[in-house]
Ligand binder design. Structure first.
Ligand code: SER
Length: 318
């Protein structure tokens, strides 16, 4: 990778991936492309930033040609709860946007990173130790776009030789940019509420266990996969990756070790509970560990301690 384009640059993953890529590859070598949110000053001023709607194929082509891009981290996507509210829009952004990126990548010889998700599984998938290769019949629009995205990336690799690579991310926890409209967002919101109000109203039931990951591990996964020798990759797209598996009750117990008076009430949102109930509890990520050396660093106690420390600093200085 020499010149890198990141779509969805102002989103939860993009806003943290870009500074790490710029440290490694140089500020001018990493082009941040955002659409719906305004970039923060650091993102917009440290290196190139452009407004880009991934549904605009000509716009992608122009940016890729102008900056002589050879690798695209294609992060622009609607998350699960928003996609249930606006399924047609989710298809348009998540699938037509991806096809546009893949076509430009094909024409211009770019590698492509595509983030799939635990959402690419469904109610028929084994929920415990979910295998790398298993039944994928999602019953949400988000999941349908993610499993279709995995298949499209596989197709462009096999048919046109595009160097597509991807992981199936679990819920991602971070303090820099909030996620927008996901089912696993409770695991981020809970920290803000704990610090600001000492209480939280959770939209998932207390025992809803899901795979999760702290953002530094998610960034490391994307970069490590894109940098590894492609010959080692037997599974081109959608590697299972996870770092921990917990429920709202588990994370509450861990936060209470730091904030003993913290309390959680449960007001279950049937839509998001239904989505969560269709997802794995714990994925088997041994294939990623074997093929490209995936190794997470943060477990639940590490994540909670680090989140509370960073967020309390941010909240006191803002
Ligand atoms: N975090 C995502 C969501 O909840 C799952 O990939 O939509």
């Amino acid at each position: 990778m020499k010149n890198i384009l990141v779509t969805g640059a102002t989103g939860q993953i993009g806003s943290e991936l870009i500074p790490v890529l710029r440290d490694k590859y140089g500020n001018q070598a990493v082009v941040a492309a955002g659409h719906s949110r305004d970039p923060d000053t650091e993102l917009a001023e440290a290196g190139p930033f452009c407004k880009l709607d991934v549904r605009d194929a000509a716009g992608i082509e122009q940016v890729v040609a102008h900056y002589r891009i050879d690798a695209i981290f294609h992060l622009a996507s609607l998350l699960s709860a928003v996609a249930e509210r606006e399924p047609q829009l989710a298809w348009d952004i998540n699938i037509n946007g991806l096809i546009n990126v893949l076509d430009v990548a094909r024409g211009r010889g770019c590698a492509v990173f595509f983030p799939s998700s635990i959402g690419a599984f469904g109610p028929l998938t084994p929920a415990e130790n979910t295998p790398q290769d298993t039944i994928q019949h999602p019953n949400t629009m988000y999941g349908i776009t993610k499993v279709s995205g995995e298949l499209l990336c596989g197709y462009y690799h096999k048919r046109y030789g595009v160097d597509t690579r991807g992981v199936r991310y679990p819920g991602l926890i971070s303090y820099k940019t909030p996620p927008g409209g996901g089912t696993t967002d409770y695991a981020v919101e809970i920290f803000y509420s704990a610090l600001k109000h000492g209480r939280y109203e959770c939209f998932l039931a207390a025992d809803t266990r899901l795979d999760m990951m702290y953002m530094p591990d998610a960034i490391e996964a994307a970069i490590r996969l894109m940098e590894c020798d492609g010959q080692r990759l037997m599974h081109r797209n959608g590697y299972n990756v996870t770092a921990m598996s917990f429920s709202p009750a588990d994370i509450t117990r861990e936060i209470k070790k730091h904030i003993p008076d913290f309390t959680v009430d449960y007001k279950v949102d049937p839509v998001r509970q239904g989505i969560a109930d269709s997802w794995p509890r714990h994925m088997d990520d041994s294939v990623a560990r074997k093929e490209w050396g995936w190794q997470p660093q943060f477990d639940l106690p590490d994540t909670v301690a680090d989140m509370l420390q960073h967020l309390s600093n941010r909240l006191t200085t803002s």
